[in-house]
Design a protein around this ligand. Structure first.
Ligand SMILES: Cc1cc2nc3c(=O)[nH]c(=O)nc-3n(C[C@H](O)[C@H](O)[C@H](O)COP(=O)(O)O)c2cc1C
Length: 337
C-alpha cells in the first residue's frame, strides 16, 4: 500500500498530519506523534502577541542598560524560563526537528504585517521544514471593508514569504465573501499551501454564572462538511497550491473522505487529544483497510475523485446540490407530518 504523498513539495510517508495542538508542547509529545505514524507534525502556534511582548522586553533592556548588570539578573529568569515563549519554542522546534525523521512545521499565529514576521526565519533556522501561518483576524469594527481584510492576509503572507525559503501555508478562516478568490490571490502572492479551515473561538454563555465561557472546544463530526465542500471546489482551480484539510477527523472514514474531495494532507488534533497520539495508528490502519476494500493501492488513485470537476460551473454545481437537498428535505425527510 503506497500512502506516500507530497505536501508543499515535502515528501511525506503518508497524508495524516498532526495539526497544531498541545500534543506538540513537549519533545516527548512530538516523539509520540511520530511513533504513531503521522506523516508530519505542525507544532502549536507561537503568537504575535508573545513575540511583541518579547521585543518590548528586549527594547527595555537596550533603553536601560543597568538592567543588564549582574545585580539586575533577576530580570532574566522570566525570559530564560518563559513557558512556551519564543526562546523555548525555538529550542523545542530545533530538538524536535532533529529527534524525528518526519517534517516538523512551525506555526506562527498573527495578524499585523509588522514586527514579528521575522520569527518565520528563526523557525526556519531552527529546522522547520515549512511554516504554517495562522492568520486569525476578526475585524472588530464596522469600518474595515472585506477588501481590507483580504489585503491584510496578502500583506502578512508576503512579509513571511520574504523571510524564508521553506514553504509557507496559510491557515485560513472560512468566512470570506468569495473563498475561492482569496485562495487564488494567496496562491498568486506566493502561498505554497492552504489549511482549511481555522476555527474561530466562539465563546459560550454560562447562564447560571451570567458569564461568557471562553475556551477551545474539541470539534464535532459536522465540522468536516465546510472544509470538505471548499476543498472539493478548490481542488481543480488552484494550480500549485497544496490543500490541507483540518477539522473533525474522528472516525476511520474521515481521512479517506477528505482525500476523496482532493486534500493533499489531512490534519488531526481533536481526535488525538481525545484518544491519545496513538490513535493516529488507528486512523492510518482505517485508511489502508478502506483502500484495500476499494481496490486502491496508492492514494494518488483516488485523491480528488469526488472533487468538483475543473470544467464545471462551480456556482451552478453547488446551487444544484443545494436545491436538490432542500427539495428532498421539503418533500418529507424532515417534515413532522
Ligand atoms: C486544544 C487545541 C489547541 C489548538 N491550538 C492551536 C494552535 O496553537 N494553532 C493553530 O493553528 N491551531 C490550533 N488548534 C486548532 C487545530 O490545529 C485544528 O485546526 C482544529 O482543532 C480542527 O481540527 P480537529 O477537528 O482535528 O481538532 C488547536 C485546537 C485545539 C482543540
Amino acid at each position: 500500500m503506497n500512502l506516500s504523498t507530497s505536501y508543499m513539495g515535502l515528501a511525506l510517508r503518508n497524508p495524516l498530519v498532526a495539526s497544531a495542538s498541545p500534543l506538540s508542547y513537549t519533545l516527548d509529545g512530538v516523539r509520540l506523534l511520530a511513533d504513531a505514524g503521522v506523516g508530519a507534525i505542525v507544532l502549536f502556534s507561537l503568537f504575535e502577541e508573545q513575540l511583541r511582548e518579547r521585543s518590548a522586553r528586549d527594547a527595555r533592556l537596550i533603553d536601560d542598560p543597568a538592567e543588564s548588570f549582574p545585580e539586575a539578573l533577576n530580570y532574566f529568569p522570566s525570559i530564560a524560563e518563559e513557558d512556551g515563549g519564543p526562546n523555548s519554542y525555538l529550542a523545542l522546534l530545533e530538538r524536535a526537528a532533529s529527534a524525528v525523521e518526519i517534517p516538523v512545521i512551525g506555526s506562527l499565529n498573527g495578524v499585523t504585517p509588522e514586527g514579528w514576521t521575522e520569527y518565520a526565519r528563526a523557525m526556519q533556522d531552527a529546522g522547520a521544514a515549512a511554516i504554517e501561518l495562522n492568520i486569525y483576524y476578526l475585524p472588530g469594527t464596522a469600518e474595515i471593508s472585506g477588501r481590507e481584510v483580504e489585503q491584510r492576509h496578502i500583506d502578512v503572507l508576503e512579509r513571511v514569504k520574504a523571510e524564508v525559503s521553506v514553504p509557507v501555508a496559510v491557515k485560513l478562516s472560512p468566512y470570506f465573501s468569495s473563498t475561492a478568490e482569496i485562495a487564488l490571490r494567496l496562491e498568486d502572492a506566493g502561498a505554497d499551501g492552504l489549511v482549511l479551515f481555522n476555527r474561530f473561538l466562539q465563546p459560550d454563555v454560562d447562564s447560571e454564572r451570567l458569564a461568557l465561557a471562553p475556551g477551545v472546544g474539541l470539534s464535532t463530526p459536522a465540522d468536516a462538511r465546510l472544509p470538505r465542500t471548499w476543498i472539493a471546489l478548490l481542488r481543480g482551480r488552484v494550480k500549485n497550491l497544496s490543500l490541507a484539510a483540518t477539522g473533525s477527523v474522528e472516525g476511520r472514514a474521515d481521512v479517506a473522505n477528505y482525500l476523496l474531495v482532493g486534500a493533499d494532507v489531512v490534519m488531526v488534533a481533536s481526535a488525538l487529544l481525545r484518544h491519545g497520539a496513538g490513535y493516529a495508528t488507528v486512523l492510518l490502519d482505517g485508511l489502508t483497510a478502506w483502500m484495500a476494500r476499494k481496490g486502491f493501492d496508492d492514494v494518488g488513485q483516488f485523491r480528488g475523485l469526488l472533487a468538483v470537476p475543473p470544467e464545471a460551473d462551480a456556482a451552478a454545481y453547488e446551487r444544484a446540490g443545494y436545491v436538490t437537498a432542500m427539495r428532498a428535505a421539503n418533500a418529507g425527510a424532515f417534515a413532522p407530518w
